[in-house]
Design a protein around this ligand. Structure first.
Ligand SMILES: [Fe+2]
Ligand SMILES: [Fe+2]
Length: 219
């Protein structure tokens, strides 16, 4: 299949699974107990630092200039998101400077992404798929913020963070078009994308089970 056909097919497969990540059908979003914008923003800090670091690790382990620069751009954007979320947390009364989101270690999705060594797998998993997940999750988070009456956080996500994550997804698309050109590369990319979606579903189910967390923003 051509790279164009492959990317179109992968996008359709991803979107079919992403519909299942939408908890609206099974969950009534509620602001109660620990499920607050503040606590969800703390989850967001962890996602942003992990996204920053994986992009930075991949940047130094690729020789391709276009890929290096895409990852550098992404690392910078994710670090900017971290700073903006930390500032918003400070406004909400939480001292993010004294908080280490990696104190309990890196998450399983980070661990998986860190094992990927080829560009086609990395851009399929870390950009094309992970960032498509982020777009869905951030849309849900924006709705959550609005229901909670937090228009400032909703606006931060709608105007800055969500458009950046969408751009990262599009970077993934353009890099995939250039790298997913052989049967073998396409198979690697498909598997990496599928595993990323599986992990995202598992993580969402685990967060819901153990901490009652849903509507956490993505990256
Ligand atoms: Fe991102
Ligand atoms: Fe981000």
């Amino acid at each position: 299949m051509t790279a164009e056909d492959f990317v179109r097919d992968l996008d359709a497969r991803n979107q079919a699974v992403l519909k299942r990540l939408d908890p609206e059908a099974t969950l009534k979003p509620e602001v109660s107990g620990n499920l607050t914008v503040l606590n969800l923003l703390k989850v967001a800090l962890k996602n942003e630092i992990e996204a920053t670091e994986i992009a930075a690790r991949w940047l130094v382990t690729t020789d391709e200039v276009a890929v290096k620069m895409a990852l550098a751009r992404q690392a910078g954007d994710e670090a900017k998101h971290y700073r903006m979320i930390a500032e918003r947390l400070r406004e909400l009364g939480f001292d993010a400077a004294a908080f280490d989101p990696l104190a309990s270690g890196y998450g399983p999705l980070f661990g998986y992404l860190d094992t990927l060594s080829t560009t086609v797998e990395r851009v399929a998993a870390g950009q094309f798929t992970r960032e498509a997940i982020a777009v869905v999750k951030n849309r849900q988070f924006i709705e959550f913020c609005e229901r909670a009456g937090d228009r400032v956080t909703a606006t931060l996500y709608r105007d800055v963070i969500e458009p950046d994550e969408r751009f990262h997804h599009e970077l993934g698309r353009s890099l995939l078009l250039r790298h997913a050109t052989t049967v073998e590369a396409q198979e690697r990319a498909r598997q990496a994308a599928a595993r990323t979606l599986e992990l995202a579903e598992e993580l969402q189910a685990a967060a819901l089970r153990t901490a009652g967390i849903h509507h956490a923003p993505g990256c």
